[in-house]
Design a protein around this ligand. Structure first.
Ligand SMILES: [Zn+2]
Length: 363
């Protein structure tokens, strides 16, 4: 897989399978503007560890043919709806892609492409960044050459101290409390399975966003998991779980595609971008375990410029396990049983990710 992956990436980089468009099609947003617990546009974000201000890059996005991606991963390409919807399948996987959209389903899970899929002269295409980062992460993460055995897990309970995170004031629910509770449960589950765990906080204190990555880096963490809960303004219906990785270089945040949202694309790579494919693999495993266990609404696997992930020296994932602003889901999250389920599902996802990484290393 590594050899073929390299050939493909080299071909893609040289433009053999790529062409260039300055006008990517924009697909419809999924209420990005109103969700509170989301990364702010980059200029407003306070990031302690950022060395230089990112430069917005709105220039050409390179595309590669989906047939190439499909062949690389041993998938068969078919068109259930000609010109509109295609599928990539083999014995293990089924990937559904819509032309002109960032919507994708991977083995039943909702995963957002970083750039919309498109059709050019009858050939379906995805962006080169999606081919190299997202598809490699979903289908062959260790082909990127950075796989390592999972031994040390950094757990980051979101917010803390004066930073309460999101709140449901009517129900008296505060994100920082539940994030810490789930994280401490996750710690116990992982330690019982033999992993070493490092926590960015274990009490109700505030820890700087950049400091959280530094704690993980200094502990030699093999993966970083940040635990959060969501809220949305003036909307009690939105509910469900979503899982984020840091946005790849040259891609904007999933939630920056909405109307009026600034393009927060960064031209320079962040430290954590070295692990994009592994982060995607980890997020996908946790996403699957969470939805299977919680039966929650699937809000998708997304990317964002999260400050807590930026400086990591290992793969990183940020989990939004549910909406405190939804009364039914908020009440569920308020129960210890539901939080136990969340913690155990995250652990299950991490174990599955670890097995995938270690298993592939031995080959
Ligand atoms: Zn949060």
């Amino acid at each position: 897989m590594f050899k073929h992956g390299l050939v493909f990436l080299m071909a893609a980089a040289s433009g053999v399978v790529a062409d260039v468009s300055a006008n990517p099609v924009r697909s419809s947003p999924t209420r990005p503007a109103t969700v509170i617990d989301q990364p702010k546009p980059v200029p407003a974000e306070k990031e302690e560890t950022k060395a230089a201000a990112p430069v917005a890059r709105k220039s050409a996005v390179k595309y590669v043919e989906i047939a190439e991606v499909s062949a690389l991963h041993g998938l068969e390409l078919s068109w259930p709806e000609p010109q509109r919807r295609l599928e990539l399948t083999n014995a293990e996987h089924r990937i559904e892609i819509e032309v002109g959209s960032r919507n994708m389903r991977v083995d039943g899970l909702r995963v957002f492409l970083g750039d919309p899929a498109r059709l050019v002269q009858g050939k379906a295409q995805v962006s080169q960044v999606d081919a190299e980062r997202l598809f490699m992460g979903l289908l062959a993460p260790v082909a990127m050459g950075k796989g390592r055995e999972l031994k040390v897990v950094a757990i980051d309970p979101g917010h803390g101290g004066p930073d309460t995170g999101t709140e449901n004031k009517a129900l008296g629910l505060r994100e920082k409390i539940f994030a810490l509770d789930v994280s401490l449960r996750l710690k116990r589950v992982l330690e019982a399975k033999g992993y070493r765990v490092v926590m960015t906080r274990e009490t109700d204190i505030d820890v700087g966003k950049g400091a959280r990555a530094i704690i993980a880096n200094q502990a030699g963490a093999d993966v970083f998991v940040s635990v959060h809960f969501n809220s949305v303004l003036n909307d009690t219906k939105t509910r469900g779980a979503e899982v984020f990785t840091f946005a790849p270089q040259f891609q904007r945040s999933t939630n920056a595609w909405g109307p009026g949202q600034p393009d927060d694309t960064e031209a320079l790579p962040a430290p954590v971008n070295r692990f994009d494919a592994l982060s995607v693999a980890c997020a996908h495993a946790i996403h699957g375990a969470l939805l299977k266990s919680l039966k929650a609404e699937d809000r998708g696997q997304k990317v964002g410029h999260w400050a807590v992930l930026r400086a990591l020296n290992c793969p990183g994932v940020l989990i939004e396990a549910g909406f405190l602003s939804n009364e039914a889901e908020g009440k569920l999250i308020a129960t210890p049983e539901y939080r136990r389920q969340i913690a155990e599902a995250i652990a299950e996802g991490l174990v599955a990710y670890g097995a995938k990484v270690a298993g592939a290393e031995k080959k």
